[in-house]
Design a protein. Structure first.
Length: 323
């Protein structure tokens, strides 16, 4: 654990600002959360006392107050920021001051942990697609996740991320973390995460409501990396709405493969499926709801009495996909 008075790294300061901004978003949305848990999670992540992060949050409150901006209730301004830290925090508090990957680290960590629990791997391309990151930000994010795992005394989580062609990790895993055998490290990860439960800050993901943000969140509900990419592509292509009912409640939706398309065969493009409400997906898979090549919906008698409004409905997206 970092001792009191130890210099704060840029990553620690950025993580504190990201968490503070997330809490502000949740406050504005009227969503409840636990500040103490946020401090504990950050402390565990960086090997620092939770109270140190609480005080750093109070420093952020002081800077926001001085800037004439709103600050969080319950985090009274604490002015002993220090001449070295002040300019760094001010920079991070500017619009766009934190790199885009910082806010995504908790969700990326949780997603990779689920991959480990399923004894699977993820490709670099899958992470870039699921979390909307370019190569530069993906590399930085993986470095941060690896350092976090080291601080926590865990196997290096980023050993799960491999090149699609070779099935191996990049040389950075050995260069930065001293892991020469990535397959052996993956086996350690599989064993570790079968035994351990994770507590994380994923409940503090940004509340953003853009189609891209909702698509990324929808994609991350999948564990298999290829499925996550497929889910995001289908979600975006269908504008976040069930193609049949128009439902836009993310938790009620599934990305459904068209009949005859198989993810094992690489059918994971947007044109390989459509977004369906979960009950309609079940009907489609069971053959009670059908969509012909022209994009017209029909239902068998067992379902027609319960879903008469959808009989004969035309789905332009399905017609286009079957051209």
């Amino acid at each position: 654990m970092a001792e009191e008075g130890t210099s704060w790294s840029d990553r620690e300061l950025a993580a504190a600002v990201v968490a503070y901004r997330k809490m502000q978003e949740l406050d504005a949305a009227g969503v409840s959360y636990n500040k103490s848990k946020v401090y504990r999670d950050l402390g565990s992540r960086f090997g620092r006392d939770a109270g140190a992060f609480e005080r750093r949050m109070q420093n952020i409150s002081a800077l926001l107050r001085d800037m004439g901006q709103p600050w969080l209730k319950g985090l009274a301004p604490l002015t002993n920021v220090g001449p070295r830290v002040t300019p760094k925090l001010l920079k991070l508090l500017e619009p766009g001051g934190t790199p885009p990957y910082h806010a995504k680290l908790p969700a990326m960590r949780s997603w990779l942990i689920e991959v480990a629990r399923n004894a699977d791997v993820a490709t670099y391309g899958a992470l870039m697609a699921a979390f909307s990151l370019d190569r530069f930000n993906l590399r930085a994010a993986l470095g941060a996740l690896g350092q976090e795992a080291r601080h926590r005394g865990e196997p290096i989580l980023t050993a799960l991320v491999v090149n699609a062609a070779t099935g191996r990790c990049s040389s950075g895993l050995e260069r930065e973390f001293g892991v020469a055998d990535d397959e052996a490290e993956r086996q350690k990860l599989y064993q570790h995460w079968r035994r351990n439960l994770e507590t994380s800050m994923t409940d503090l993901e940004p509340v953003g409501n853009s189609l891209e943000q909702r698509a990324s969140k929808f994609a991350r509900q999948a564990v298999r990396p290829e499925q996550a990419v497929f889910r995001k592509r289908v979600y975006l292509a269908n504008n976040g709405m069930c193609a049949v009912s128009g439902c836009s409640i993310g938790r009620a939706l599934d990305a459904a493969h068209f009949k005859g398309r198989d993810w094992h065969k690489g059918h994971n493009k947007a044109s390989d499926g459509l977004l369906l409400r979960k009950d309609l997906h079940a009907l489609y898979d069971s053959g009670l709801l059908m969509i012909d090549k022209a994009g017209v919906v029909s239902l068998k008698d067992a379902a027609l009495d319960h879903y008469p409004d959808y009989e004969g409905k035309f789905i332009a997206w399905a017609e286009k996909a079957n051209e």
